[in-house]
Design a protein around this ligand. Structure first.
Ligand code: G3D
Ligand code: MG
Length: 169
């Protein structure tokens, strides 16, 4: 029998860094659970892959707008296996805020939650305000699991990031 495992994944970070666009890259392969949206204020997608004779499902929680700062925080972070913290490489402040998102995560989740850091909008190289080295150094200094730069717009490296997620879960 195929073993089936489901893990909760959250994608967090400042508004407009491209969190929902990253999820949209998976749209043909993921199954939206629309009924959740109206009731609890999150978009939740199931994204599955076969890994070593197991069927692994990521239940990906995307936040929208002000919900990010609301009383829903404990519900969002409860039981998270993987947190994907996104910033935009062309907006320094979104990188500086990664630490705030991490602090919020740490306060509300268990110690073994894995953390990926994603620098999105890689296509806006000519507007870059955060170097790749800065991102790498931050991730190394904090012993996070994984760092990658992506372009949700150009569909670049988003799947590499989720593939790494399946391996780490
Ligand atoms: P959010 O979910 O983090 O709030 P969104 O962010 O996915 O809604 O994206 C915010 C804006 O950034 C959108 O532009 C979106 O098209 C754009 N965007 C997302 N990812 C990328 C990327 O990789 N490169 C570029 N150049 N833009 C990106 P609009 O204009 O629709 O608001
Ligand atoms: Mg969004």
């Amino acid at each position: 029998d195929l073993e089936e495992l489901t893990y909760k994944v959250v994608i967090i970070g400042d508004p407009a860094v491209g969190k929902s666009s990253i999820i949209q890259n998976l749209v043909n392969e993921s199954e939206p659970m629309k009924e959740y949206k109206a009731t609890i204020g999150f978009d939740i997608f199931n994204y599955s892959a076969h890994v070593n004779d197991k069927l692994i499902t990521m239940q990906i929680w995307d936040t929208c707008g002000l919900i990010e700062f609301s009383a829903c925080t404990p519900k969002l972070y409860n039981n998270v296996s993987l947190a994907i913290i996104v910033y935009a490489i062309n907006k320094k402040e979104t990188f500086e805020n990664v630490q705030n998102w991490y602090n919020l995560l740490k306060l509300n989740s268990s110690a073994d939650t894995k953390v990926f850091i994603v620098g999105n909008k890689l296509d806006l190289e000519n507007e870059r305000e955060v170097s790749k080295e800065e991102g790498e150094k931050y991730v190394k200094d904090n012993s996070f699991k994984f760092f990658i730069e992506t372009s949700a717009k150009e569909h670049k490296y988003v799947h590499d990031m989720f593939n790494k997620g399946f391996v780490e879960l």
